[in-house]
Design a protein around this ligand. Structure first.
Ligand code: PLP
Length: 470
């Protein structure tokens, strides 16, 4: 493509994105296409000759857009948010233009040094101890995998001095932990049998005494307890595992503690929410996702470690073709994770932090929490709806229940209620299971969500419930 053409289309596309931001509310949140519908409209083979950008763009609008679910819609209440922002999108454009591959310091010194700087900023923003260091990974799943591989390595280094044991290593997490923990246990080779899911209390938080009992039992059987993954902000209900007692157990018994705060970590920017991370100084690593609730478009996951030595010893490689004269004095982030090639993710985070400021991010998070509590109060005030979990942050778990149906009928009714509300195209909520019950889940976290959108969700839910009951 000719550069002047690029300039013209670039302006046009930025205009399109600005209009999209302004008008996304008018689109149905969840795509309405049927399976296979998009693929049917795409040719089986690529074009032999290049096509004009106008044609490609027309097809983008005509074929691709209807197959998109709109995560930036203010009626987004499903899963967790993946909120972006104009500042982040502009930075992504610059990143693409630079096209740099930032595997080591010299392949772009600014990328390495900006990453170090913004991770230090983030560390301070969420109140992690001063000596911790951070690295940007693609996702929390990958960060947790890196943490568990590092824990395995640390335990092996330690054990090989002692007894060179070959017994299986064991990982602990609560029954409410994210599926990425089980996946990491599989990939890292612990073996699915060596993941213990520790029971949670009535508020869905890990019970520390049960953790300790499980560790003692495994030691008694000759296994080697290796790592605990504590969740701050569980995916189902936003529950918070108590880091201090869990951390004390880990320190006392020599286990690695990794904190999965993928969603809730952002809330620690609020002084009144710092208690979420109380005891974090006892942990070895933590992950949270600026790509969920901090205005930075996917992907960008912040992985922190108490001391980087073990992480680097686990992942470093030194082939001749990657050596440089500066390796002793610079950070080469290829040694801080699995991938060699790295995107320049720090740039969008830097743009976001500067465009909004810490106060701007705090304002957004505070407002989202306020809106979730408002919704919680409406649910609590209706006799035919019930809350199914506490609301520590911005996740509300609830269902319709007029007290006259059995559990099976309630599951069915609430499933229908969810489908009906989502079919409106105005909002999108998702579901989970809590104590085996079908649970509706409303999460406030989209940048542009206002009180009127939350109110609309509630009106859609109550009116659909009336219709379904009749
Ligand atoms: C979203 C989430 C994850 C997975 O995050 P990815 O970045 O998509 O891998 C892991 N843990 C928790 C608690 C989450 O909420």
């Amino acid at each position: 493509m000719d550069i002047e053409l690029f300039r013209r289309h670039g302006h046009e596309f930025v205009d399109w994105i600005a209009d999209y931001f302004m008008n996304v509310e008018k689109l149905p949140v969840m795509s309405r296409v049927e399976p296979g519908e998009i693929k049917k409209r795409l040719p089986a083979a690529p074009p032999e000759r290049g096509e004009p950008m106008e044609r490609v763009f027309e097809d983008f609008k005509d074929i691709i857009l209807p197959g998109m679910t709109h995560w930036q819609h203010p009626g987004w209440f499903a899963y967790f948010p993946a909120n972006n922002s104009p500042a982040s999108v502009l930075a992504e454009l610059l990143t693409a233009g630079l096209g740099a591959q930032c595997m080591v310091w010299q392949t772009s010194p600014a990328a390495a040094e900006l990453e170090e700087t913004v991770m230090d900023w983030l560390r301070g923003m969420i109140g992690l101890p001063g000596g911790w260091s951070g690295v940007i990974q693609d996702t929390a799943s990958n960060a947790t995998l890196c943490a568990l591989i590092t824990a395995r390595e640390a335990s092996t280094e330690f054990e090989s001095n002692r007894r060179g044991a070959r017994d299986p290593l064991v990982v602990y997490a609560s029954t409410e932990s994210h599926s990425s923990v089980a996946k990491a246990v599989k990939i890292a080779g612990f073996g699915a049998d060596n993941l213990r899911l520790i029971p949670a209390d009535a508020d869905f938080a890990m019970i520390p005494d049960r953790l300790e009992e499980a560790i003692v039992e495994d030691e008694r059987r000759g296994l080697r307890p290796c790592a605990v993954v504590a969740t701050v902000g569980t995916t189902s209900s936003g529950a918070v595992d108590p880091l201090r007692p869990v951390g004390e157990i880990c320190r006392r018994r020599g286990l690695w503690l990794h904190v999965d705060a993928a969603y809730a970590g952002t809330a620690a920017v609020l002084p009144e929410m710092r208690r979420l991370l109380d005891g974090v100084e006892l942990a070895d690593s933590l992950v949270f996702n600026p790509h969920k609730w901090m205005l930075t478009n996917f992907d960008c996951s912040a992985h922190f470690v108490r001391e980087p030595g073990t992480l680097i010893r686990t992942f470093e490689i030194h082939p001749e073709y990657l050596k440089t004269g500066r390796d002793a004095v610079v950070k080469n982030y290829r040694d801080w994770g699995i991938q060699l090639g790295r995107r320049f993710r720090a740039l969008k985070l830097w743009f976001v932090l500067r465009a909004y400021g810490v106060e701007g991010i705090r304002d957004m998070v505070r407002e989202h929490i306020r809106l979730a509590r408002l919704f919680q109060s409406w649910v609590g005030a209706r006799p035919d709806f019930e809350l199914l979990a506490p609301v520590p942050l911005s996740v509300v778990c609830f269902r319709w229940n007029d007290g006259r149906k059995n559990e099976e009928e309630l599951d069915l009714f609430n499933r229908k209620l969810l489908d009906e509300v989502n079919a409106s195209g105005r909002v999108f909520l998702s579901q989970t299971a809590l104590r085996g019950r079908f649970t509706l889940r409303l999460v406030v976290g989209q940048r542009t969500t206002e009180e009127r959108h939350v109110r609309q969700a509630w009106e859609l839910l109550t009116s659909a419930a009336e219709r379904l009951k009749a």
